[in-house]
Write a protein that binds this ligand. Sequence first.
Ligand code: GRF
Length: 187
Amino acid sequence: MRIVVLVSGTGSNLQAVIDAVADGSLPLEIAAVGADRPDTFGVERSAAAGLDTFVVNFKDYATRTDWDAALLDAVAAYKPDYVISSGFMRIVAPSFINAFAGRYVNTHPALLPSFPGAHGVRDAMAYGVKVTGCTVHFADAGVDTGPIIAQTPVTVRPDDTEDTLHERIKVAERELLIQVLADLARG
Ligand code: GRF
């Protein structure tokens, strides 16, 4: 199974996947890592691991449609079985979803369908939930929508800040993502 991982930020989920592949516990090939912006730690981690790394910089394209087409071309060139959006902070075009229908997997730091969007952790805290968590799902054209594959609950502590809670969620998220990828790799 070949995957392309898309990242926007620090890439700690990506690192967990890189490490699991390297130690032989995850039977797949990371064909490439792509990002929507340069100079991120995620891009650095990928390059440091010797992986094919590409940036389709949102700012380099005159229109959204041009960027959509460039992202699709860049990813499709690697002929991945699955594309993993791991902290990739862009909604992709319907053309991308169609090209990878049922093969585009997203991770989200909340228990969907609650708290979709860019601030899932903050929004859950603001609501006052006592349990939140993370979700791995097949992404469709919506914002954090599409069939749920797996979820892990995480208890909110009274003294949590957004950062402490997100860090605990990310620990669960890495484990869940690797489990889901292992399941997909085994068919
Ligand atoms: C993850 O919690 C992801 O779900 C969210 O952003 C975080 C990415 O973290 N959208 P990292 O870049 O893998 O460290």
